[in-house]
Structure formats: structure tokens, C-alpha cells
Design a protein around this ligand. Structure first.
Ligand code: SAM
Ligand code: SF4
Length: 485
């Protein structure tokens, strides 16, 4: 019988995508995915190290799984991703029951390392210092039938002083446009109708092959792929944002009117200390030009509170930029001291109580802005790509959920006169209620437009599940676009 596996993923979209490659590599080696709730033969943790609580969570989970392993002889435990790249052999010292530790540059080695650990009865630790094989060349087991992640680059050439990513993911490596487009075409042929282009800094895409307009060109080229309905990307960096990207967004109908652009701080002196080379004025200028070209664009961001040396005046500047920017939503983070980063050595670390109090004010302001931004959508028709797993209360409310073109979460009541939509299908829904973090459409919802995405989803379901509602069966998950962590 085949050995079973489970992959648990922490952190950003890049990790979620790496996990698809991990699962694909394991399946190519003969493993099968463990049934929900069953103890797998191989448990893989794909870890994150961006903030400190990730460390604590991993070691907590490893402590818990020790007893599971003790009760299931032959079970193997593997730890990969950013925290593995950072902690290396320390993981096995702190959790001796771990069988394999692998880094961010050798995702494809996992099956071989598991095999070696089994044969040699000894933990295998393999951390490479740089990328040898671009993960996109590895087999993938995609989490969604109708939406896919596509890595356009890995690593980062920036040196933001708070950030541990460059030391763990290495310098930027760009994939060739032809290779990316061929991957997207193959995905579309499989029924995918939405892709999210991934990179730590998509605006610097092309630096490796000397074309600073490569990202805008890539967006336009995506626009020529027939059957590809929605193109998203994350994350652009304000310092490298060029106006041709705005034109490409505005002039390519399949590029969605949504921009996730991390601000981090609204204070110029904090931005300088963070080594983020744009200033608040430039950031707001980009937003203004995006809104002029794409009036219904939803703009979202990342903000860090409590960077070392942040004064009340610096924090007030962040609140001010937030107010001016009118973000649709924001991922807000308390600054976390990461070992080895320049900011961790700075003298004026902000006390936790101050950070907590500022954080609460920031969230309160953003919630009220998000709500104000959402209210005008009441009465408007929104195109919703029906998703899986986006509405926790759907079963109780008899609604289904999906994302609008601007990436807003919409919970809708399916049209009672039509067959229920399948995940991957599209409905037009009139918004009846707006909340800060979601929209509701309970009245005029169109019958579904059946798409190749819905067909691809249906093909993954056992026959009984597809006969009726898309709510039955084993659901695959839609990538949570824009979810920072
Ligand atoms: N490359 C992306 C960029 O620069 O826009 C960000 C990638 S990072 C994985 C995602 C977010 O985590 C960042 O935008 C930042 O807000 C947050 N982050 C990174 N390091 C952090 C730290 N030390 N403490 C708190 N938040 C942090
Ligand atoms: Fe980290 Fe800055 Fe690179 Fe983003 S741009 S990954 S925050 S160093």
C-alpha cells in the first residue's frame, strides 16, 4: 500500500505554492494524500519565519506530534521552508523525533531525504545556500481546480531592515517570460481561469535579464491568453513601481482592478530606517495614478506598527497616510524582532504595551475606512468567481461565497430558479449589504455562467457530488489572494 502524506503550511502565498510542489513531488514518488483526520505516514511542516510567533508555533506543533509519532511506528516528520532554512540542525536538537529538515532551495529533495532517513535510521538535514532547480519545474498538486499560483520570481534583492526573507530565500531569480506564459497556457488548458503571479517584488521582475519593463509586458501578454479570465499579482514594491504597470493594468481587461501594495509605514524617517527607498508622497502618488486610470480599483496594503524608534508622531503619520490612501483593507503587523536583521540591533525598540495600543488604534481606523469604502457598493452589480472554503457560515446561512473582480469577499444567496453554481463558475450579484470585511448579496443574483473552471472543479468530484449543488463533495481550496499570513 502507498504511504500517505499531509502537508501543513504556514505563512505567505509563496509557501502555499511551494506546498503544492511538495505535494506534487511526494505524489510523483508514489505517496498519496492522507484522508482528512487520518494520521499520515509522513507529516510535512512547511514553515514561515517572518515573525517570531511562527517559531513558537512550530516548536509547539512538533511537541504535539511527538506523541502521535510514538503511537504510530514508521511515521516520519519533515520540516521545510523558511524556519528550517533559519534554524537548520537546531530543529533536530530541539525536536529529536524530526526525520528530515530541508530548506527553501531544495523543495524537490524531500522524497529522497525521507527515503534516506528511513534506510539510515538517522535524521537528514539538507539546506542549500542557493537555488539549483526553480521550483516551478517540479510536479505540482494544485489546491484549486480553477485558480492557480504562478511564481514569476523567487528571492529578493532588497534589504528592508526588518525582513528576514532575503537571508532565507536568497537574491532574486527571475523566470523567463516564455516559460511563465507556457505554464499559464497549460493551466488554462486544464480549466484554470484565474492566476495570481507571485514574487517578493514583482516590479523588479526582469532585473536578471535586463528589462525593467518586463512586468508590464508580462501582464499584457497574460491578457492575450484566451480563456484566462482573471489575472492578479502580489506583491509590488512602491520603489520600483513604474507607470507602464498602471497602463498595463488599465488596458488589459483580464488584469483585475485590485492592487496590494505594502506601505509598511507612513513616516518618512521610519521608511528610511526600514531602508524602503520610497517616501509617503511617492506612495500616495502611485495610488492617485492607479485610481485615475482604474477608478474602481481596490487598494490594499501591509503595515508594520512599532518599528524600532517609531514615535507617536511617526505613528500619526501612518494613520494620516492610511486616511489619505483609503485602503479597501490592510494586513497589519506588530513589528517582530528577527535575528540577524539590522533592525533587531537598533537601540530604541518600542515597548510591547505601546505597540499593542497603537496596533488597536490602527486596526480601528482601518476597519472604519474599509467599511466606508465598501458602502458605495450596495446596489451595485458585482461579478463573483464562486470559491471553495471562503465562507465559514455558508452552511448555516445557505449562502455561497466568492471573490469580486476587486478581490472583495462576497457571500451571496444563489438564484433559487437556477441550478446552484459550482466553484469556478461565475455569477453576477447585486450587493445588498456591506461590512468592513465582506459584502452580502441576498436578492438579485444571476444564474451561474458555467466556466471551464467549474467544469475542472466538477471533474475532481466524486459523481454524486456534482449532480446537485457545488456545496457537496470534497472541496479543493481557492488560494487566499492577498492573505499575508
Ligand atoms: N516582499 C513583500 C514586500 O516587501 O512588499 C513582503 C513580503 S513579507 C513575507 C509580508 C509582510 O510581512 C511584509 O509586507 C511586512 O509587512 C511583514 N513583515 C515582514 N517582516 C516583518 C517583521 N519583522 N515584523 C513584522 N512584520 C513583518
Ligand atoms: Fe522583505 Fe523588503 Fe524583500 Fe519584501 S521587499 S521580501 S519586505 S526585503
Amino acid at each position: 500500500m502507498s504511504r500517505t502524506y499531509e502537508v501543513r503550511t504556514y505563512g505567505c502565498q509563496m509557501n502555499v505554492h511551494d506546498s503544492e510542489r511538495l505535494a506534487g513531488s511526494l505524489e510523483a514518488a508514489g505517496y498519496v494524500r492522507a484522508a482528512g483526520g487520518a494520521v499520515p505516514d509522513v507529516m510535512v511542516y512547511n514553515t514561515c519565519a517572518v515573525r517570531e510567533n511562527a517559531d513558537n508555533r512550530l516548536y509547539g506543533n512538533l511537541g504535539h506530534v511527538a506523541s502521535v509519532k510514538a503511537a504510530n511506528p514508521g511515521m516520519q516528520i519533515a520540516v521545510g521552508g523558511c524556519l528550517a532554512q533559519k534554524d537548520r540542525a537546531q530543529i533536530v536538537r530541539r525536536a529529536p523525533h524530526v526525520d528530515v529538515v530541508f530548506g527553501t532551495h531544495n523543495v524537490g529533495s524531500l522524497p529522497a531525504l525521507l527515503e534516506r532517513a528511513r534506510l539510515e535510521q538517522e535524521a537528514q538535514i539538507e539546506i542549500l545556500e542557493s537555488l539549483e532547480v526553480f521550483p516551478s519545474t517540479l510536479p505540482a498538486r494544485r489546491e484549486s481546480a480553477y485558480a492557480a499560483w504562478v511564481a514569476i520570481s523567487v528571492g529578493c534583492n532588497n534589504t528592508c531592515t526588518f525582513c528576514i526573507v532575503p537571508s532565507l530565500r536568497g537574491t532574486e531569480r527571475d523566470r523567463r517570460p516564455g516559460e511563465i506564459l507556457a505554464e499559464i497556457e497549460a493551466l488554462v488548458a486544464d480549466g484554470v481561469i484565474e492566476v495570481t503571479l507571485l514574487g517578493q517584488n514583482v516590479n523588479s521582475y526582469g532585473v536578471e535579464f535586463g528589462d525593467r519593463y518586463a512586468f508590464a509586458k508580462l501582464l499584457r501578454a497574460c491578457g492575450t491568453i484566451e480563456g484566462l479570465e482573471r489575472v492578479r499579482f502580489t506583491s509590488p514594491h512602491p520603489a520600483h513601481f513604474t507607470d507602464d504597470v498602471i497602463s498595463a493594468m488599465a488596458e488589459t481587461p483580464s488584469v483585475m482592478p485590485a492592487l496590494h501594495m505594502p506601505l509598511q509605514s507612513g513616516s518618512d524617517s521610519i521608511l528610511r530606517a526600514m531602508r524602503r527607498s520610497y517616501r509617503a508622497e511617492r506612495y500616495l502618488g502611485i495610488i492617485e495614478r492607479v485610481r485615475a486610470a482604474i477608478p474602481d480599483a481596490a487598494i490594499t496594503t501591509d503595515i508594520i506598527v512599532g518599528f524600532p524608534g517609531e514615535t507617536e508622531a511617526d505613528f500619526a503619520a501612518t494613520l494620516e497616510v492610511m486616511t489619505q490612501a483609503q485602503f479597501a483593507s490592510a494586513f497589519t503587523f506588530k513589528y517582530s524582532q528577527r535575528p540577524g536583521t539590522p533592525a533587531a540591533e537598533l537601540p530604541r525598540q518600542v515597548p510591547a504595551a505601546v505597540v499593542g495600543e497603537r496596533y488597536a488604534r490602527l486596526v480601528q481606523l482601518q476597519d472604519s475606512i474599509s467599511w466606508e469604502q465598501a458602502k458605495p457598493l450596495v446596489g451595485r452589480e458585482v461579478e463573483v468567481l464562486v470559491a471553495v472554503g471562503e465562507g465559514r457560515k455558508d452552511a448555516a446561512t445557505e449562502r455561497m461565497s466568492g471573490r469580486g473582480r476587486d478581490n472583495r469577499l462576497v457571500h451571496f444567496s444563489p438564484n433559487p430558479a437556477a441550478a446552484p453554481p459550482r466553484p469556478g463558475d461565475v455569477v453576477i450579484a447585486e450587493i445588498t449589504h456591506a461590512a468592513p470585511h465582506h459584502l452580502i448579496a441576498d436578492a438579485r443574483v444571476s444564474p451561474p455562467r458555467r466556466t471551464p473552471g467549474g467544469d475542472a472543479w466538477a471533474a475532481t468530484q466524486p459523481p454524486a457530488a456534482t449532480a446537485g449543488s457545488g456545496r457537496a463533495g470534497v472541496w479543493l481550496g481557492l488560494p487566499r489572494v492577498g492573505a499575508a499570513d
